[in-house]
Ligand binder design. Structure first.
Ligand code: SF4
Length: 225
């Protein structure tokens, strides 16, 4: 056998292993399956049918930003603009998120990696079900393992429940640091909630977000510099 033939045998072996990744959402994808989000995981998410959301998506929405960032922002799931473009947080809520981060000098392309609990758009933007979240969670865990952020910001109650299993309302836990697997996590309001509540008065959601994001900057300065 020539050395070229031997090499192609190895290529076929790794391809077959990817094909063996379980199509049932109840069977986990083992940690360490992927070595790269953009080149390995994203094409797989675009073929994934581990839950029913795969049937109606245009694009899987895996993530954007710096894949080596110290801060990861996790949202609920893709909306219409995200489904069309394949990028998370690109609508009005995304623009507001960029402004909030920029207010404390975080650049979303350099300092942050942004993704969602589920990679495919739930029809009519409904909240993803517990089964859909569970089916998609192995991809999120692989993203966290590969990006290896020190700080995780969970935007909204679904993100908190989906990652750390805390089912309390976002109003009661936002702004609180929580330890999850050795990483500092903070629940914050979802930017779309802030768009619906534009008041800047003291105690309003926007005012509270300003306190929270300053708290995040202080923690970043403390543990990431
Ligand atoms: S939402 Fe996640 S688990 Fe469901 S089909 Fe899309 S990539 Fe697969």
């Amino acid at each position: 056998m020539t050395s070229n033939n031997q090499l192609s045998l190895f290529e076929e072996t790794s391809f077959s292993q990817k094909e063996l990744i379980p199509s049932s959402g109840k069977i986990p994808i083992p940690a360490g399956t992927y070595t790269n989000i953009a080149e390995e995981m994203t094409p797989h998410c675009n073929q994934c049918q581990r839950c029913g959301l795969g049937a109606t998506r245009t694009h899987a929405v895996v993530g954007r930003g710096n894949p080596n960032a110290r801060i990861m922002v996790i949202g609920e799931g893709p909306g219409e603009n995200e489904d069309k473009t394949g990028l998370p947080f690109v609508g009005r809520a995304g623009q507001l998120l960029e402004k909030i981060l920029a207010a404390v000098r975080f650049d979303t392309e350099k300092d942050v990696y942004i993704c969602n609990i589920v990679k495919c758009r739930p029809p009519e933007n409904r909240v993803p079900t517990t089964e859909e979240i569970a089916a998609c969670k192995p991809y999120l865990l692989e993203q966290i393992r590969l990006v290896d952020p020190k700080i995780i910001l969970l935007t909204g109650a679904t993100a908190v429940k989906g990652l750390i299993g805390d089912k309390r309302g976002i109003t009661s836990i936002r702004g609180t640091w929580m330890d999850w697997e050795g990483r500092m996590c903070m629940p914050i309001f979802h930017p779309s909630y802030l768009l619906r509540n534009p008041s800047r008065q003291e105690g309003s959601p926007k005012w509270l977000m300003w306190q929270d994001i300053r708290n995040v900057r202080a923690k970043y300065n403390e543990i990431c510099n």
